[in-house]
Ligand binder design. Structure first.
Ligand SMILES: [Zn+2]
Length: 90
């Protein structure tokens, strides 16, 4: 067992909260946002997050899809542009 693995699966996609049509893969994130994502994923014991807030650049990201269990455990996934409308799925 390798408990130190931090690499995230590359098939996770995120979109800016304000521009959900601009979806990107994890590797397309700015470095600071990727770091924030990793930090959020390794932090445990909290409720799932609706958005990723990057404390470095202030961007808000929503996870639109992921097959990475650690990401799914930490973030509510948003359906992306096709889902239409915003649900405050508290
Ligand atoms: Zn950032």
């Amino acid at each position: 067992m390798d408990g130190k693995r931090e690499a995230l699966r590359p098939d996770t996609t995120l979109a800016p909260a304000k521009r959900p049509e601009n979806e990107v893969y994890v590797r397309g994130l700015p470095a600071c946002c990727l770091r924030s994502l990793k930090e959020a994923v390794v932090r445990r014991g909290e409720r799932r997050l609706l958005e990723l807030r990057c404390l470095s650049c202030g961007s808000d990201w929503q996870v639109t899809s992921s097959l990475d269990e650690r990401v799914l455990e930490r973030f509510v996934t948003h359906g992306g542009p096709r889902a239409g409308g915003k649900h405050p799925a508290a």
